[in-house]
Design a protein around this ligand. Structure first.
Ligand code: HEC
Ligand code: HEC
Ligand code: HEC
Ligand code: HEC
Length: 409
């Protein structure tokens, strides 16, 4: 713990030098690992139903969307606050031998940083999503997110946004603005040909498709099981025929399908039986371990590895507290820091329940390959760690055991 704290302080002052040595990294920011949120207002920003589009900016800000996504038309969050670009930046430095050498001199734990920054490296392009997705689907997804990309362990966090804010945000997605000639209605006559093309033209290499093709070769490719809810048939056709014509930000390659082929594979995607595997019943928490557990163990495996990234102690981070402490993603401040022994002890009464809620949400947010996300009654507060996979049973048993043993140092 002391080492981590030292590093956080070090990082704040020294990363500029490292960045300056690396041609791929802009030399302006001096980030500390993790985030840099100043205390936020205690309540989410509320828009009334008649909100005009000028309030769109407030809604994007309330949801902290730009901390993970590039939001078209809005300023990028600086790297000190940006979950996606800071993690990516660490990877970029590591890809350049000279910059990496420099970074390793400045940070004794650089190799650990490289190993430990996994989440939010690939985040879907909102520009490409805005061009193709149906706004009505987006509105529902923001209220009740679910796992869309089985190869991506992290998902969307749950937000505390008002219905009006969700509507304003969804309106930025103009999925049905298809301007080609109308396409034929999807037909089951195309299923067989569509399935063959799906296999032969390489779709199957990147995309999961419900229980029919549970494994996604490329973590950034959405499970096509959801496309029937997310896109109009016209837009699905246009996208499959040439993604770059729909959005220059599309990362899916143009596979050069003829129009008739694109139609057949579209109908397969929109109409094939999904052959889902049913969701397992919601898990209950494991029993606390009875082996002796120390603070060092829970710090290393849980609090310092996962929770601290959103629940920082501002005294150790030049006033930055993180969204789990100072408020973020629309949620008000909690005052919970999970960086120090004292902070974890102070929050300990609330921790087991927060882990149990995440295990419950996993039935929707972190499903296994080919498993249909279950409909669940969401607990009022989101489970922890927010938007990330639930802790393993072993880690939960460790935390519960440590708390039950009176939280020895
Ligand atoms: C200024 C750089 C920076 C920013 C901004 C940042 N992180 Fe990190 N993050 C790191 C570093 C460095 C590590 C590895 C730390 C370690 O191993 O001690 C890390 C690790 C993590 C981890 C554990 C490993 C993983 O990737 O799953 C999580 C979770 C995490 N960060 C979440 C976030 C979230 C959520 C945000 C945005 C609210 C964020 N981070 C913003 C630098 C940053
Ligand atoms: C902590 C990081 C994070 C934040 C903050 C965040 N997102 Fe996301 N978002 C993700 C990830 C990761 C995915 C991919 C989820 C999946 O595939 O299961 C995603 C997916 C999406 C998608 C679906 C796009 C697609 O191509 O499938 C939309 C729409 C979206 N986000 C909108 C938003 C909006 C609007 C906000 C702000 C209210 C927001 N996001 C904030 C991480 C984030
Ligand atoms: C190299 C990997 C790759 C291949 C091959 C590929 N895709 Fe994609 N596809 C993607 C990615 C990544 C996206 C997400 C949007 C983006 O950023 O381009 C996507 C998005 C889509 C979407 C939008 C789905 C949604 O719900 O948002 C459809 C439909 C689609 N692909 C169909 C196909 C079909 C049909 C084929 C084969 C002809 C195919 N894809 C081949 C990577 C791939
Ligand atoms: C991606 C950011 C993020 C991560 C990672 C995270 N939290 Fe949180 N946490 C939040 C946010 C945002 C809130 C406020 C939500 C609310 O008010 O219910 C919160 C609230 C909490 C609360 C108070 C609400 C309650 O349930 O009583 C507890 C306890 C908590 N987190 C524990 C944890 C633990 C333990 C971990 C690690 C296993 C963790 N958090 C990881 C963002 C995060």
């Amino acid at each position: 713990m002391r080492l981590l704290t030292l590093l956080l302080a070090l990082a704040a002052t020294a990363l500029t030098a490292v960045a300056g040595a690396d041609p791929t990294a802009p030399a302006t920011a001096a980030p500390a690992p993790h985030d840099a949120r100043q205390p936020a207002p205690a309540e989410p920003v509320v828009l009334d139903d008649a909100a005009d589009p000028a309030d769109e900016a407030a809604a994007w800000a309330a949801g902290d969307c730009a901390r993970c996504h590039v939001v078209p038309g809005h300023e990028e969050e600086p790297r000190t606050r940006n979950c996606a670009t800071c993690h990516q930046w660490i990877r970029n430095i590591s890809a350049s031998p000279a910059a990496r050498e420099r970074a390793m001199q400045v940070f004794p734990l650089w190799e650990r940083y490289e190993r430990n920054t996994r989440s939010y490296l690939p985040v879907p392009s909102l520009a490409a999503a805005m061009a193709r997705l149906d706004p009505a689907w987006v509105e529902g997804y923001l209220a009740d997110p679910h796992d869309l990309r089985p190869g991506l362990p992290e998902g969307m966090p749950r937000f505390a946004l008002t219905a009006a804010q969700r509507r304003v945000l969804a309106a930025a997605f103009v999925g049905d603005a298809y301007d080609g000639p109308p396409t034929p209605k999807p037909t089951t006559d195309n299923l067989e040909r569509g399935e063959r093309l799906f296999q032969e033209r390489g779709c199957v290499a990147c995309h999961a498709f419900g229980g029919r093709n549970p494994v996604a070769g490329n973590p950034q490719s959405p499970d096509l099981a959801w496309t029937r809810d997310r896109m109009t048939p016209d837009m699905a056709f246009a996208w499959i025929e040439n993604p770059q014509a729909v959005s220059p930000h599309a990362t899916m390659p143009n596979l050069g399908l003829l129009a008739a082929e694109a139609l057949a594979v579209r109908d397969y995607i929109l109409l094939a039986d999904l052959q889902w595997n049913p969701a397992p019943p919601p898990p209950s928490l494991p029993a606390p371990t009875t082996d002796p557990v120390t603070w060092a163990q829970v710090e290393e495996r849980v609090f310092g590895r996962i929770c601290v990234h959103c629940h920082m102690n501002p005294d150790l981070n030049e006033g930055r507290a993180g969204p789990g402490n100072a408020g973020g993603f629309g949620w008000p401040a909690t005052g919970i820091e999970l960086q120090t022994y004292e902070g974890v002890v102070a929050a300990s009464a609330r921790i087991p329940d927060s882990l149990a809620r995440r295990a419950h949400e996993a039935a929707r947010d972190a499903v296994g390959p080919g498993v249909e996300p279950a409909s669940i009654q969401r607990p009022e507060r989101p489970g922890m760690p927010l938007g990330l996979p639930p802790l393993s049973d072993d880690d939960v048993a460790l935390v519960l055991g440590w708390i039950a043993q009176g939280m020895p140092r």
